[in-house]
Design a protein around this ligand. Sequence first.
Ligand SMILES: Nc1ncnc2c1ncn2[C@@H]1O[C@H](COP(=O)(O)OS(=O)(=O)O)[C@@H](OP(=O)(O)O)[C@H]1O
Length: 405
Amino acid sequence: MWCYYPGAWDMALIATAIAAAGVGLGLRERWQKQPKHNAKEKRRPPTRLRGRVAALGAALLVIFLYASYEDSRFTAMEDTYEQKPHKAEKEACRCTTTSCLRNALEHQHTLFRPPHFWLGGCQKCGTTSMYDLLSKHPQIIAPTPKEPGYFALPSPLRSLRARWYVRDVLQLSTICDKGMKRVATFDGTAYYLQWDYSAALALRQAAPWAKLVIILREPITRAMSWLQHMNMKFPLVPNCLRSRSMDCCVRQRWFLRGNHHLGGSLYDAHLQKWLAAGWPLEQFLIIKFEDLFEDDGASHVYGRILDFVGLQAHNLSSTTPSNRRSTVPYEVLPDAYDDMVDIVKDDVASLERRLGRSFGWADIWKTQRSQCKRDGVCRVDLIPRAPASSRPPGSRRFPGSRPPG
Ligand SMILES: Nc1ncnc2c1ncn2[C@@H]1O[C@H](COP(=O)(O)OS(=O)(=O)O)[C@@H](OP(=O)(O)O)[C@H]1O
């Protein structure tokens, strides 16, 4: 079967061609109808159809350029922030921008300065479940929406949305009513890490005090889970899985390189940008997604987050996972699986070196690959099974996974 599926950049090219064709046809018609000798002859306006083609092309171009924004690189901005004089909490409560909050609160170390922390890491890494659990904590005012994406906006848009972020997302007036010593809020945008240097820098400029809680999932299953998520959640958005097999989709360049797909799973490369933006490693809590599947995993992860951000311990009555979509394994051929491993393995190795700990993902690939050998097809469980050796004694198998064999 023909295995090609256009990515956002291909679509942008097509849209440019449509827009250019519309403009070209309109200009040609205008030129042809231009009275050359008889000035009295009326000029005929170009037909509406041409104008519409050009407008359609331009609109598509804007949409696809926005979609391909994920892959664009921003020029590094310099941190031009100048420290302003210290202001009290009262003054912060009158703020409508994050720079005002920073000016007022930067030296107020005893307070939960908004945003007190960022909960993210990557898309499909369990942040919705953690957001739901954190929302139940008595000291937390949960941001609305969970994923404002504010620090990923280009800077002019960020200025336009500043009031919204401070008033509606961080809910400054509620925090001020209760007191910044009592309650904390956070930003739950999952994708800041994989976004770009600009997001790291923008958050650093706004809230250098913020603790960074990131959850990382085995890179290949994360990327496949994202593709599946988009297919299920957005039926009107074109998605490769609707007309092609997973095996075909994971071979596409946009999947292998795109920043929401496998490129988004190059965690060490992303982390480097955050360190370059001035965030020290000590300000990060890095959690392994697969820990959620151990006995009482969600409660343990929740407890670690509370401890790290300095909130009181809190017992949960239930920890039902949210946003769960992976139920059946996807089939890919061994060469496609190997290509994916090749793309991420060096990044995982350097992440492990940087953090001085193992994530056990290489073992997951090995187990997966040995399973493929049986009949030449890899059945990739998006919720992977941990190899027994990488599980702590007494922990159980991941729920939802099938027994081997
Ligand atoms: N407690 C717990 N235990 C195990 N797995 C869990 C848990 N909570 C969330 N999940 C899995 O996390 C995936 C959703 O992640 P996110 O909520 O971060 O996705 S999103 O990017 O915000 O859409 C989603 O993965 P998929 O099933 O592959 O879609 C969930 O199944």
